[in-house]
Ligand binder design. Structure first.
Ligand code: SF4
Length: 468
C-alpha cells in the first residue's frame, strides 16, 4: 500500500522528534504561517494529490516555508460536524510518516522534514499519499479523499483567510450552548500516546484545550465510533457547580489515568485543575505575589512575569500532569462565561499577551479591559502591581481582604497570648526556614505558652532561646 513511498509509514514513528540539526526544512510554526483543514464535500476526486508551490527538491536546506494542508473528503455517512474531529487526526497520522514531524493543530501547526527523508527521495506528494491511505483506514466512512498541499506564501495566506472563517464558524456554533443545556459531556484520550494520564473533558463551555474539538465535534465523533478515543460521559451528579466538579467526570478521570488523577475542577486552576497534555493553546498560571492569574499562549515569544517563557511553563505542566496553579486551556474557553469562574474569571486575570487580549476584547467585561495589563504595560511583578494600583484592578480588593483577615487573625493570636507573653522564652537558634511558608505551626512550650503562626513568613538572621 505504501510501496512507492520511500520512507516507512507506521504508528511506531509517532514519537519521532526532528531536531534542527537533523532537519532539512521547517514548515509553518512560530516563524512562518500555516494551517490544516478537513472539509466534507460533494465532489471529491479520490486519490488526487496536488502540491501547489515549491516542492522539497526546490527548497533550501535549513529554511522555513509556509505550509497549508487541505483535505477534502466525501462519504454517504460523513457529516459536516465530523470535520473538526477528523482534522484533529492529521497531527497523529502525519507523524506516522518517518522523517516528517507535525506539532499542534489548526493554524498553529509546525512541521519538519528530516535530512534522511529528503535523501531517501521523500516528496510532499508522498505525505499526501500517506495521509489519503491512513485517513481511509482510520475512517472507513470516507469513500473518497483528495489532498492539496500549499507551500507558496500567497496561497497559504489566502488559505488562512478561509480556515480562520471556518474555524470561527465551528466555534461560534458551540458558543450558543452551555453546560446546563446538556446531560452529556465527552472525554477525549487522543493525546494519551504522549500524555498517558491525560483525558480532555469537553463540555459546551469548555472546548478541548487543543482548541480544535468542541462539544458538537465530540458528539458526532462518539456517535460515529462509540468505542473510539472520544466517548460520552453522563453528566450525572454535580459536586460543585462553580468549580465544575462532577462525580462521573472524577470517575472517568481516575479510570482513564490509571488512578493517577481522581478529581478535576473544570473551571479552576486551584485545588484539582484539569490535567494538561501538551497541545494546549495557552496556560493559565497563578501569580502568588499578587494573588492573581496570568495567561500566556504559545505564540507569545517573550518571558512571562514568572520569568520563564511559554515553552518552559508548558514543560512544567504538560504530559498529563495535574499541577495546582497551572492549567492548559484553549483560547475558545476564554470566551465562555464559565472561564475560570471559581477563581473569579476575568476579575482574577492580571496579565495576558496583547495579541490574546485584542482577539478576546469582546469577551472581556468592558469595565475590566483597561485594567488588565499586557506585555506592553508591565512585565515584572513590580510593574504589574503598579499598573493594577493605577487602574484599580479588582484583585487589589482580594489582596486587601486577605491582608485584613491575616491581621485580625494575628490580633486574635496576640490577645490570646498577651497575658502569657512575659513568660515566653526568647527564641534563638530555631531553624526559621522551617517556620517560613509553614501554613500553621505550633511550638510546644514547657511553661504552658503556645505560639501559633498561621500563614506566617518570618525572616530572622538568628533566633535565641534562653533557659530562664
Ligand atoms: Fe483530544 Fe484533548 Fe488531545 Fe485535543 S488536546 S486531541 S481534545 S486529548
Amino acid at each position: 500500500m505504501f510501496e512507492d513511498i520511500p520512507v516507512d509509514v507506521s504508528p511506531m514513528y509517532e514519537g519521532e522528534r526532528i531536531r534542527s540539526a537533523n532537519m532539512f526544512v521547517e514548515f509553518a510554526g512560530p516563524k512562518s504561517i500555516g494551517a490544516e483543514l478537513v472539509q466534507v464535500e460533494e465532489d471529491v476526486e479520490d486519490g488526487k494529490i496536488e502540491v501547489v508551490g515549491p516542492n522539497l527538491s526546490e527548497m533550501k536546506e535549513g529554511e522555513i516555508y509556509p505550509f497549508g494542508i487541505l483535505i477534502e473528503i466525501k462519504g454517504e455517512k460523513l457529516e459536516k460536524e465530523l470535520e473538526g474531529v477528523i482534522e484533529r487526526r492529521t497531527h497523529e497520522l502525519c507523524n506516522y510518516v518517518k522523517g516528517f514531524m507535525h506539532l499542534n493543530q489548526r493554524d498553529q501547526i509546525w512541521c519538519r522534514v528530516s535530512k534522511e527523508a529528503k535523501d531517501a527521495g521523500f516528496k510532499l506528494e508522498h505525505l499526501g499519499k500517506s495521509l489519503s491511505i491512513l485517513f481511509k483506514e482510520e475512517f472507513p466512512i470516507i469513500e473518497a479523499i483528495s489532498i492539496k498541499i500549499f507551500t507558496n506564501k500567497e496561497d497559504v495566506e489566502s488559505f488562512l483567510e478561509k480556515t480562520s472563517t471556518l474555524y470561527e464558524e465551528r466555534d461560534a456554533r458551540a458558543r450558543k450552548l452551555s453546560d446546563e443545556d446538556v446531560d452529556v459531556f465527552y472525554g477525549c484520550v487522543m493525546c494519551q500516546s504522549f500524555a498517558p494520564t491525560h483525558t480532555c473533558v469537553v463540555t459546551p463551555d469548555r472546548t478541548a484545550l487543543c482548541g480544535a474539538i468542541n462539544w458538537f465535534d465530540c458528539r458526532a465523533a462518539a456517535k460515529m465510533d462509540p468505542d473510539g478515543p472520544i466517548f460520552e460521559i453522563e453528566k450525572g451528579e454535580v459536586l460543585d457547580e462553580i468549580k465544575g466538579e462532577y462525580v462521573n467526570v472524577n470517575t472517568v478521570m481516575a479510570d482513564r489515568s490509571q488512578g493517577t488523577v481522581d478529581r478535576v475542577y473544570l473551571h479552576s486552576v486551584f485545588g484539582y485543575p484539569h490535567t494538561s497534555c501538551g497541545c494546549f493553546e495557552a496556560v493559565a498560571f497563578y501569580i502568588p505575589e499578587l494573588d492573581g492569574v496570568g495567561i500566556v499562549d504559545r505564540d507569545f515569544k517573550g518571558e512571562t512575569p514568572l520569568g520563564i517563557p511559554f515553552s518552559a511553563m508548558a514543560g512544567q505542566c504538560s504530559g498529563g500532569k495535574q499541577v495546582e496553579g497551572f492549567a492548559g486551556l484553549s483560547l475558545e474557553y476564554m470566551r465562555s462565561p464559565k472561564f475560570l469562574q471559581a477563581d473569579g474569571g476575568y476579575e482574577r486575570i492580571i496579565w495576558l499577551p496583547k495579541a490574546i487580549k485584542d482577539s478576546l476584547i469582546d469577551f472581556i467585561p468592558e469595565e475590566l479591559a483597561e485594567k488588565i495589563p499586557t506585555e506592553e504595560d508591565a512585565n515584572s511583578i513590580k510593574e504589574i502591581r503598579k499598573f493594577l494600583r493605577e487602574k484599580n484592578h479588582p484583585v487589589l480588593e482580594r489582596l486587601k481582604e486577605a491582608k485584613t483577615a491575616a491581621e485580625s487573625e494575628t490580633e486574635t493570636v496576640e490577645e490570646e497570648t498577651s497575658t502569657e507573653m512575659e513568660a515566653m522564652p526568647e527564641m534563638e537558634g530555631v531553624p526559621m526556614a522551617q517556620v517560613a511558608y509553614t501554613p500553621e505551626l505550633s511550638l510546644p512550650s514547657s511553661g504552658g505558652v503556645k505560639i501559633i503562626f498561621k500563614n506566617a513568613k518570618i525572616y530572622a538572621e538568628k533566633v535565641i532561646i534562653k533557659r530562664k
